[in-house]
Ligand binder design. Sequence first.
Ligand SMILES: Nc1ncnc2c1ncn2[C@@H]1O[C@H](COP(=O)(O)OP(=O)(O)OP(=O)(O)O)[C@@H](O)[C@H]1O
Ligand SMILES: [Mg+2]
Length: 380
Amino acid sequence: MASSGGSPPAVEVTDLVKRYPGCTTAAVDGLSFTVAPGEIFGLLGPNGAGKSTTIGILTTRLRASAGRALVGGIDVVGDPVAARAQLAVVPQHNNLDRSLTPRQNLLYHAAYHGVGRAVRNARADALLDRFGLTDRADKRIEAYSGGMVQRLMIARALIHEPAVLFLDEPTNGLDPQSRRLIWSRIREMRGRGVTVVLTTHQMNAAAALVDRVGIVDHGRLLTLDTPGNLVKGLAGRSILDLTVTPAALDEPDELLRALSEVSGVRKSERLAAAAPPGAVAAKLRSGLGLGGGSGFGAGAPAALTALTALARERAVATLAPDPGGRERVRIRLHLAADPAAVLGPALTVLTTRLATLTDVHIAEPSLEDVFIGLTGRDPR
Ligand SMILES: Nc1ncnc2c1ncn2[C@@H]1O[C@H](COP(=O)(O)OP(=O)(O)OP(=O)(O)O)[C@@H](O)[C@H]1O
Ligand SMILES: [Mg+2]
């Protein structure tokens, strides 16, 4: 995170509230946070959490019902024109002017912000090049793909060289190529000292990119910290995913209960249906070193190597041929202990109950686990 060096925060939100007319609940409900100059800040939250509404207020598109929002020390309500000169926004939905060509969209936006003709022409050329749009700069926008539209909207946002850039789901619905280009351009902005506030549902990308993350839900801030610290808050909480086929006379829920009683298991749950049998069986054979390569690489921690050996030892019982037509269940065990201490007893439960194990996966907690832990599993 960049130091503020005595300058005001790039973004300062205090007790912000937004009630849409006719709605009983507030879309933003007392939100407060600051973003330091030069910081890349992620605003994460489930659908409807209030992210776009917050960005709408900060970028002067929407008016808050209560509270204060400053950008570069300027009150967005008190002096929206001065605030707009400091900031740029790439909204969640395409708002390019279709009656203009891509290049004209950039030039028009620059002119609106008072950028002189020669400078705006040079910047438009440079931005079209940086976002891979030079070839299509003078074509009709209707012919643009989703990725091109998004790249053009970011280029347009940058043409007046804003100090603070708001990106509302900049990579939503894009292919991996466009996503990579956009994430790498955002990383470059850090080098140029631009403050970036972004929303995204791509947790891995956010964890890798942002300095700090605020998780919001129902218009309220649930937590705010670096991705590293948020994940560390779940320290020691590994996840053990097992794909199993219970014995013919066993009940999946009974098996789940038996596994949840293994020492070191904090919580257990059934996940959605498993992948096709062939795929998981092949993966496990490879993962246990029974086929070609070992799933646990040479650099695997000793604990994992020991687990692999143990699982291999029990492979005769756990890798029985696919039992015809019986349901596979995916079980997730949330651990409060080292996976090495849990996997052995868990395998004992499976072998004792004559269950067939077809996949084992040990995962460290991620930002997505923090997110789900705070906001729940239910879709909005
Ligand atoms: N113009 C509007 N009028 C009434 N309610 C609105 C309006 N815009 C948004 N809302 C409501 O306000 C809440 C917050 O919406 P918002 O778009 O800010 O969420 P979001 O976090 O950006 O969600 P998403 O991840 O789906 O983009 C939602 O309940 C939404 O239905
Ligand atoms: Mg939104």
